[in-house]
Write a protein that binds this ligand. Structure first.
Ligand SMILES: Cc1ncc(COP(=O)(O)O)c(C=O)c1O
Length: 411
């Protein structure tokens, strides 16, 4: 086999399809956000970030930085090993207690990322519960899908948020078979919620357990940012909640929270937990501080809501197509990977607006978009100038306008 030829040809096909990814390196300098620096030809230029998941800007919060630096000064940087082999510090233990409390669960388990938390937890549960059948929303995140595939269990995909479809799939399954329903609380690429109450109702009716990915809602929704399960009063009815430390909390790592037996089981059997080094103690300490501050950050959450309303009004006024939800994620629809890359490049090069193009496999082919994320740090002036830049870019590229938006009422 000519290995090099194989890789070259695969990459060429990807490029021909317009699906090759390139990264622009942007330094999010502290105190500047949402402004940041891009180095072009050896010179720094200021750009503005419109696609960060550092939703509350906790990654640059001075109190969070202090917590992190204090622990680095005390314990050093790396954790020293897997959780079992010298990699459990008092900060890991405290972080897990903090997360369990956040989600009103008995216990929590921290992983190096929410991706590995999803993949390892689902694969471990479903590989070991004999005869389990999985029911997964069509738009579930890649990490959930990987967990399902790795488990080798039988699975059913229900159409996105389609409760009739989920119900009919459950109905057609052996009543005695164990079942797991998997969904997200806010879908990351759409900013739309799942019908969680109905999912919990169906789970009860068909004796299924439930797995909820709250990665894009924790820190932002619910009382003290405890997530959507909490907001809907469903925390005790969702069996396993997954979340991340890397978005609203601005650090790195992910977790699952559940009852003590489930967490102990995952801790004891999940290869993706056992055989990987734990997060740095300084990151655990920064996460604890960040969660504490996020709980008190109602003003920031209100600002996000206000800003996302401004941006939606602006986009409506210039008749650009977007998914009209009421979350902090505003997806502007630009069909075609090449067109999406084109507008993203134009926005950065001409207007200094940094927003990544999103295309397959992150979203299905034909659903390409610019995924705008609003933070409390964007000012009204920033939003106005963003909308004006989109308007101008739309004109330059001759993209179609729309009279009506796709409206998604929240459930
Ligand atoms: C819905 C969802 N789940 C899980 C993850 C993985 O999170 P992490 O970055 O902590 O691995 C992501 C990442 O963006 C996500 O969008």
């Amino acid at each position: 086999m000519d290995y090099d030829k194989f890789f070259e040809e695969e990459l060429k096909t990807l490029k021909d399809e317009g699906l090759y990814r390139t990264f622009r390196s942007i330094d999010r300098v502290q105190n500047m956000f949402p402004k940041a620096l891009e180095t072009v030809d050896g010179n720094d230029r200021e750009v503005e970030i419109w696609c960060s998941n550092d939703y509350l800007n906790m990654s640059q919060n001075p109190e969070v930085l202090d917590s992190c630096i204090n622990v680095i000064n005390k314990l050093g940087t790396g954790s020293g090993g897997t959780r079992n082999i010298s990699g459990t510090s008092s900060y890991h233990v405290k972080l897990e207690q903090t997360l369990a409390e956040l989600h009103n669960k008995e216990a929590a388990l921290v992983f190096p990322s929410a991706y590995t938390a999803n993949q390892a937890t689902i694969a471990t549960l479903c590989r070991n519960i004999e005869g389990i059948e999985i029911f997964s929303d069509r738009l579930n995140h890649a990490s959930l899908i990987e967990g399902i595939r790795n488990s080798k269990a039988q699975y059913h995909i229900f159409e996105h948020n389609d409760m009739d479809h989920l119900s009919s799939l459950l109905e057609a399954t052996d009543i005695d078979a164990p079942k797991l329903i998997i969904c997200e609380s806010i879908y990351s690429m759409e900013g739309i919620r799942s019908p969680l109450k109905e999912i919990v109702r169906l789970a009860k009716q068909y004796n299924a357990i439930t797995y909820l990915d709250e990665v894009h809602s924790v820190g932002l929704y619910g009382n003290e940012g405890r997530g959507i399960a909490e907001e809907l009063g469903l925390s005790d009815q969702i069996d396993i909640i997954n979340g991340t430390l890397s978005k609203s909390f601005g650090q790195l790592g992910g977790y699952v929270a559940a009852n003590a037996n489930i967490i102990d089981y995952i801790r004891s059997f999940a290869s993706g937990f056992i055989f990987t080094s734990s997060i740095n103690p300084s990151i655990a300490a920064a996460s604890i501080k960040s969660i504490e501050l996020s709980k008190e950050s109602e003003t920031l959450r209100l600002r996000i809501r206000r800003n996302s309303k401004f941006i939606r009004e602006g986009l409506k006024s210039i008749q650009v197509p977007f998914i009209d939800n009421d979350s902090h994620i505003v997806p502007i629809l630009v069909k075609g990977p090449l067109e999406c890359k084109q507008i993203s490049k134009l926005l950065l090069d001409k207007f200094g607006i940094y927003i990544q193009p999103v295309f397959y496999p992150t979203v299905p082919k034909g659903d390409e978009r610019l995924r705008v994320t609003i933070t409390p740090k964007h000012s009204k002036k920033d939003i106005e100038s963003f909308v004006n830049s989109i308007d101008e870019a739309w004109n330059i590229l001759g993209f179609d306008r729309v009279e009506e938006q796709i409206i998604h009422n929240q459930i």
